[in-house]
Design a protein around this ligand. Sequence first.
Ligand SMILES: C[S@@+](CC[C@H](N)C(=O)[O-])C[C@H]1O[C@@H](n2cnc3c(N)ncnc32)[C@H](O)[C@@H]1O
Length: 284
Amino acid sequence: MVSDSSSLDISDEEFAEIRNALLFNRGFNLDAYKDRCVRRRIAIRVRATHCTSVKEYCDHLHTHKPEIAHLLKVLTIHVSQFFRNFSTFEKLRLEILPYLFDSARSRGTKELKIWSLGCASGEEPYTLALILAEQFAEVIKEIPVVIEATDIDSATLDLAKSGLYSPERMQEMPEQYLHKYFNLLDNQYKLSPEIAAMVTFKTGDMFNDLLYHNCDLLICRNVMIYFSREQQDRIFRNIARVLNPDGFMVLGKSETLLGESRALFQTVCPVERIYRLAAAAAKT
Ligand SMILES: C[S@@+](CC[C@H](N)C(=O)[O-])C[C@H]1O[C@@H](n2cnc3c(N)ncnc32)[C@H](O)[C@@H]1O
């Protein structure tokens, strides 16, 4: 009997059954995620579907295909906001972006590439697009910026592409942006097409090593916390492989580099969790 989601016992066989259903139907590999966190979230779906046991939920998962999408949605948390952790975006606006433009100019690079990895419904890459449009309008004519955003959940990316946001997503948004780049329609804010066009969204799994491509600023915030230490190392190795020599990586406020990953990067700003390649830092 299922009474309390936090105390739900999932046997190894049941866990394997759920894992295989996700892997087979969606190519989603549960192994990378922290075990306790995953079990708690599966329990949420067991309760929500009114199944009386995990076994019954496994059967439900096989016979009701939409449940795969519901489970994936609770496993991958999509909370985000425009200008989430405002001070991080201030640091990017005042120091990191000017540095990247200067370095591109001195190297004769034609464009800059920004990548938001685990972008959820798009608030993070759109915030960067807003900052670039508002504060670097002249510079981006000279050095265009390509902004790409990736997430594993295509339903969340559909929300991102719609550019329609509820007021709670805008709480940290400075007024000047709200008035200039959004239209209020039925209590929802619609992002201007000019900003929407600056970001390209793609579905992709961070555990696909082939997903990685070179970039100058890689933002991967509030995603690593869900992964085991070993899997975090794997992602950090991939990031270090594709980050351009003068590039930066930004993590979430509660994330940090652990173990072998610490050797790959040099901390630029510990408070805002901004890093650059250790090899690049060693040269300067
Ligand atoms: C909490 S949101 C973070 C959104 C945004 N980066 C921020 O900080 O506001 C985490 C996102 O990571 C995505 N995610 C989880 N596992 C992923 C994976 N293996 N590959 C790509 N994205 C993943 C989830 O779908 C979710 O949208």
